[in-house]
Design a protein around this ligand. Structure first.
Ligand code: PLP
Length: 461
């Protein structure tokens, strides 16, 4: 196949779409550490997890052995409404950069929620419905996950209660209204509707909330309402599993043209899009079949992989969730205001944390202004207005392409373009007005969060 025959967009037909998710844990020699009960420090049992999560999702969370997990037909049918997502050869970007690198991106913004989160939302809502539940509860920070879940719940006829971090609730009224249009019940967090919320409001009146606190409220709402379970849009291993649809599609499309990427890049908040994108490629690396470079890109303001510690930590501020072993900045860490709402989580997926710890993946952090410079450059060359989160990956991909210009190597780069930035125009406004600032926490700032990580025998860091 000659260069010119590779189209701008590589599509798959419906019958080339994946029928199974790929579970990378099956190929990991060092499995991610199990979730622990925060009171006993013993691994969470399926029964304990079943009080909070749907039964099938608990099975998926605990499944470290099955490589392929079939995607139920109903979910595949839903996927067909907005998938396969295009795999784009960034010819225009390459030309503008004058790089010998070949750049591809997998674009997940082609649905109303505007991001990859719908891939897991539909799966989680489906299993809740299958179990005969009335509804699900969740938190949302920037709003992408809440929007995706409300779409999935509307489709399946499930009730959806979303706790939205108060500052986003106020600053992003459009996201809130999209969710309400799909029938979700949206509550600003912290709220008076839960014990955790009331405690938070009493202790910190005027707080604009945090993702960790909204998680605690959503979990409490699930366990105190008959017929409800809690669902989470990132971090958990089941979410990475669902997001593997991104990687499996990308690999199928690349294989059609015999294209083998050298470097695979994704932004990393809780790790789900990156984990999903790299999964089948990482599988080959783990099985010794092929070597790839994987790069996780995180904001310098919330640098869990690059400056956090690898330890068991709480997943939420209220400390009601199980402990996860992950790279973390501490559950009390609150990143300075930044515009990549989806990348502000204090921890990282246990799967990606283990892979990073074992030297199978790299990580780097980038600052906000340079990310927006890359976003603007990308919008003007490739036409898509990227989400601030996704632009972290764009920045790293451009940097790698520029290195190729210097060395003359023509590496093949694949990156995940997770979503569109239409609801982030406040951030673009700050950038366009020259008012955007870079906040990098000092070591002393980080120490406060890390000091709050629980210490118990075996949790050394
Ligand atoms: C949520 C989100 C992210 C980060 O979440 P991951 O779980 O790390 O993938 C990245 N991009 C967009 C557009 C998002 O909505």
């Amino acid at each position: 196949m000659t260069e010119n025959e590779i189209p701008y967009k590589i599509y798959l037909s419906e019958n080339e779409m994946p029928e199974s998710w790929y579970n990378v844990r099956a190929d990991m020699k060092n499995k991610p550490a199990p979730l622990l009960n925060p009171a006993t420090h013993k691994p969470m049992t399926a029964q304990e997890l079943g009080g909070v999560f749907c039964d099938e999702l608990v099975r998926q969370e605990l499944n470290d052995t099955d490589r392929e997990i079939p995607i139920p037909k109903e979910i595949r049918d839903f996927y067909k409404m907005y998938r396969p997502s295009p795999l784009v050869r960034a010819y225009c970007l390459e030309k503008k950069l004058g790089t010998p690198a070949k750049i591809y991106y997998k674009f997940e913004g082609n649905n109303t929620s505007g991001s990859h989160k719908l891939n897991s939302a539909i799966a989680q809502a489906y299993y809740a419905k299958e179990q005969g539940l009335k509804g699900v509860t969740t938190e949302t920070g920037a709003g992408q996950w809440g929007t995706a879940l409300s779409m999935a719940c509307a489709y399946l006829g499930l009730d959806c209660k979303v706790f939205m971090v108060k500052c986003s609730y106020e600053q992003k009224p459009f996201r809130r209204e999209v969710m309400r249009t799909y029938g979700a019940n949206v509550t600003p967090s912290p709220s008076e509707t839960t014990e955790v919320g009331r405690k938070m409001l009493a202790e910190f009146p005027g707080t604009t909330g945090s993702l960790g606190c909204a998680i605690s409220e959503a979990v409490e709402a699930a366990v105190t309402h008959e017929g409800y379970r809690y669902v989470l849009g990132s971090v958990l291993s089941q979410v990475l599993l669902h997001q593997s649809v991104i990687g499996v599609e990308a690999k199928t499309a690349l294989d059609k043209y015999g294209i083998v990427p050298d470097i695979i890049i994704g932004c990393a908040g809780g790790g789900s899009n990156l984990g999903g994108l790299i999964s089948p490629f990482m599988g080959e690396k783990l099985r010794g079949e092929h070597d790839y470079r994987f790069i996780a890109v995180e904001p310098a303001s919330c640098p869990s992989l690059t400056r956090g510690v690898f330890a068991y930590d709480f997943c939420d501020t209220g400390k009601v969730c199980p402990l996860a072993k992950m790279y973390t900045l501490g559950s009390s860490f609150i990143p300075s205001a930044n515009h990549a709402g989806g990348l502000r989580y204090h921890g990282m997926s246990a799967v990606l944390s283990q892979l990073y710890h074992d030297g199978l993946m790299e990580a780097r952090s980038v600052e906000q202004t340079e990310v927006f410079r890359a976003a603007e450059f990308f919008a003007r060359t490739e036409g898509i207005l990227p989400a601030p989160e996704s632009s972290h990956a764009i920045k790293a991909a451009i940097d790698e392409a520029k290195k190729c210009t210097e060395t003359g190597e023509s590496k093949t780069i694949l990156f995940g373009l997770t979503g569109t930035g239409y609801f982030d125009m406040k951030a673009y406004e700050a950038y366009n007005d020259g008012k955007m600032q870079d906040y990098i926490p000092t070591d002393a700032d980080l120490k406060k969060g890390i000091d709050g990580i629980p210490r118990f025998p075996g949790n050394d860091f």
